[in-house]
Design a binder for this molecule. Structure first.
Ligand SMILES: C[S@@+](CC[C@H](N)C(=O)[O-])C[C@H]1O[C@@H](n2cnc3c(N)ncnc32)[C@H](O)[C@@H]1O
Length: 285
């Protein structure tokens, strides 16, 4: 049988519908484009082009992996983030679209500053750190990460980016940073683990069974890591510097604003793409 792009697209869509009825065509296009090494937009221009049996076999394996619940981005090995193509796989969180807005807010805060010193806590794939370093080339960015796996992914992404204004540090929160930089940061940003045990238990199986628990789950109702970052963050910021964090949203807002209010002024929350309050920030007096 002669396989064509159109036929394999239809077959993959049918298989994927078992797993994700609403996004099946979209995911089929991504997987077929990935296997053939062509852009999604070009699939339809070559819809009657033949596909080699080896490529069909590879596609079948990927579709089977997706149907078993493996995240799409772990199968293709990449995730787009603010124009960057980041490598991802088991052991690192797939960067989410909401976090692109966190970066946007950071860029707004940094407007008008000259050569700012920025810190990203829990960098994962490096999404926030590398975006800021790319979009504000005058930034000097530090990023910390406690997971060995995630740290490796961040290292790969940093090497491939060719950026020279980012330093990665392995360890817990602020502890691996040079003491000399204490009190010098213009911005500390973090998308920390913030899910409570209850929320984690009810998260989609695709997330719970494949993405790292260390990236998502935090004790004390999801607040443990956030509170440590607020507590310690003020000491690492220069006067007038900002702390900005992604959070679970309204359910943590009251508690978080109380913690922020102890050390920061101009505390405010901004919305994510869905219009839900999501990002908390404050300025060190
Ligand atoms: C929600 S993920 C965010 C990853 C990435 N910043 C992003 O937005 O896609 C949280 C990250 O924080 C890291 N992490 C958790 N606890 C940490 C700690 N105590 N110190 C440093 N990193 C930590 C996790 O390993 C994970 O990579």
């Amino acid at each position: 049988m002669q396989y064509t792009i159109g036929k394999v697209l239809d077959a993959a869509t049918l298989d994927l519908q078992r797993r994700c009825p609403t996004g099946a065509r979209n995911e089929a296009e991504i997987l077929v484009g990935h296997v053939l090494g062509i852009r999604r937009a070009d699939l339809y221009a070559g819809i009657d082009e033949p596909v080699a049996a080896t490529q069909v076999a590879r596609l079948d394996q990927m579709v089977a992996a997706r149907c078993s619940g493996r995240p799409l981005q772990y199968i293709t090995g990449v995730q787009g983030f603010r124009g960057l193509t980041l490598k991802v796989g088991p052991g690192v969180l797939v960067p989410r679209p909401e976090t692109e807005m966190l970066v946007q807010r950071c860029l707004e805060i940094l407007e008008g500053s000259d050569g700012p010193l920025v810190l990203d806590i829990g960098t994962g794939s490096g999404a926030i750190a590398l975006s800021l370093a790319t979009e504000r080339p005058d930034c000097r960015v530090r990023a910390t990460e406690i997971s060995e796996d995630a740290f490796r992914w961040a290292g790969t992404n940093l090497r491939e980016s060719g950026l020279t204004n980012v330093e990665l540090h392995f360890g817990d929160l602020f502890s691996p940073l040079p003491r000399l930089e204490k009190g010098k940061f213009d911005l500390v940003v973090s998308n920390p683990p913030y899910l409570s045990q209850d929320v984690w238990m009810n998260a989609p199986a695709e997330v719970r069974e494949h993405e790292p628990q260390l990236a998502l789950l935090a004790g004390d109702e999801g607040m443990r890591t956030c509170v440590k970052i607020i507590d310690e963050g003020a000491g690492w910021l220069a006067s007038g510097g900002h702390l900005v964090m992604e959070t679970a949203g309204l359910e943590q807002w009251e508690n978080l604003s109380m913690w922020f209010g102890k050390q920061f002024e101009d505390v405010r929350i901004t919305d994510d793409l869905a219009g839900r309050p999501r990002f908390v920030e404050g300025r060190k007096p």
